[in-house]
Design a protein. Structure first.
Length: 259
């Protein structure tokens, strides 16, 4: 990796994720040079009633690969019209100093293991779209039927889907305003289900990066407890600097709530 030159060499890999993350990692590096912060996080809008008026709330969801960013960002939460979600990003966003967030992709690279229409209808529909490209997913050679529950090849099956093939998306990929930040830690032994954090505690949670290993990381260590700063294994440069930038953004935008 040669971030100053904008060059990453991916050798000996046929995994699309290597190419995708190489570019996004470079974007995150450039963002940091401008005082912003590249995050391994998803984004969405919840349009819900408050004081009898519809209001948009912007969410960022932190998490390691395969811990729930796409699942949670691409869920409708069964809201009824006119309340709804607006899905923006599922992997990497750029958090700016003013509390807004820039999107980076027009496609999603989502994990397919155990995907079914009852629990994740939006993602399932996108994964079987004619425009979807499947990677490491079992296909019956006789019928051509896709089986998202068959992990013979690997449990890290993936689908590359166009963002607009997912319901509840629009033409925008940015968040005008971040209102809530959620850390998906998957460490049920560490924290209660929901804890509201001060900016300082949120920065501590960011630096600790409590999570668990998944098949998207090291398949031999699935379920093992681990810590990754910012739940972001793609940081280039000082991790301490990332934590301080994050803390400063929260302090300068006190209306952002972290959990």
């Amino acid at each position: 990796v040669f971030p100053e030159s904008g060059l990453t060499l991916c050798l000996g890999s046929d995994y699309k994720g290597e190419i995708k993350k190489a570019m996004l990692r470079q974007v995150m590096y450039w963002a940091k040079q401008q005082g912003n912060l590249g995050l391994h996080a998803a984004s969405k809008i919840m349009r819900v009633y408050r004081s009898r008026k519809l209001k948009d709330f912007g969410f960022l969801l932190f998490g390691l690969s395969a811990t729930g960013k796409t699942t949670l960002s691409c869920h409708s939460h069964w809201l009824r019209t006119p309340e709804r979600v607006v899905i923006r990003q599922d992997d990497v966003v750029i958090l700016k100093s003013d509390g807004s967030a820039i999107g980076t992709e027009e496609s999603f690279y989502m994990k397919t293991e155990g995907l079914d229409p009852s629990s994740q209808p939006l993602l399932y529909a996108a994964a079987i779209s004619p425009r979807a490209i499947l990677e490491n997913v079992h296909v019956d050679p006789e019928t051509g039927k896709v089986d998202f529950f068959d992990t013979t090849l690997t449990s890290n099956g993936r689908a590359m889907v166009k963002r607009r093939d997912i319901a509840f998306t629009d033409n925008e990929i940015d968040l005008e305003k971040v209102d809530f930040i959620l850390f998906i830690n998957r460490r049920y032994d560490v924290l209660p289900p929901v804890v509201r954090l001060t900016p300082e505690w949120a920065a501590a949670a960011f630096m600790l990066g409590e999570s668990v290993e998944t098949s998207a990381g090291d398949p031999t260590q699935v379920g093992k407890q681990l810590r990754v700063v910012g739940t972001n294994p793609f940081i280039v440069g000082s991790q301490d600097e990332e934590g301080n930038i994050f803390l400063n953004i929260l302090r300068n935008n006190p209306d952002i709530q972290s959990f």
